[in-house]
Design a protein around this ligand. Sequence first.
Ligand SMILES: [Zn+2]
Length: 243
Amino acid sequence: MEINGKRLEFRRKVRWGKDLPVDITNFVQAGLNEVKVVRLSNLSDLSTYFAIIEVFECRNESAIKAEMGLLDEQQSRAEIVRRLSSNGDVDLIVSTNTVTVGVCCPLSFRLIDMPVRGKTCLHLECFDFDNYMSSRPREAPGIPPKEDSYKCPHCGGRARPEDLVIDGYLKGVLAKMREDMPKYEDVKHIIIDDKGNWEAKQPNESDEGSRRQGLGKNERRESTTSIVGKLKREVEIICIDDD
Ligand SMILES: [Zn+2]
């Protein structure tokens, strides 16, 4: 194969008999490019050959953020109400007609700034976009994370940048909490009723106890997942008691 008159050197995968991909970035030019395929085998060779050119694009976080899908406040609220009103929904642990949702990021344990989750996530819990993007494992600084680095911190489901969606309802709740910050400073969860109204869940006694023992906010590990969109066997409960 030639790209713009320059011959490509292919290496063959020994076991599978396929050619390994060649990076042609340095051979391409802006505008028209010529790809030439030369077949050297004789006419008795009836094999079929395929050639594929894949185009990769490196995008930064602000570009991803600008094009991210938004589940607007009404859609998000409707989804919450639907879940609370549906009976026998085994993927949710719901008590009475309210549901508790965490407002802190499972990665930083701090209040979420931009609440996102995967489009296919079954839970309502979100995580913070910036925390998530900046904490994806990379082989080396400057190398983009691999596809399997993008897994939802709550359920482990697919959450690649193009799969993320902003939760408009939680975004609105977080904005109100920030406006009235001293009041909501220690709030880690909100309780949402079946009409879509919410109220802050006040820290319970055990939280108070751990503070009295001098544990800082970042040292207290607590589960922000109260709704789990997976089977029960995947639920991990860590109970840190002040005793
Ligand atoms: Zn998820």
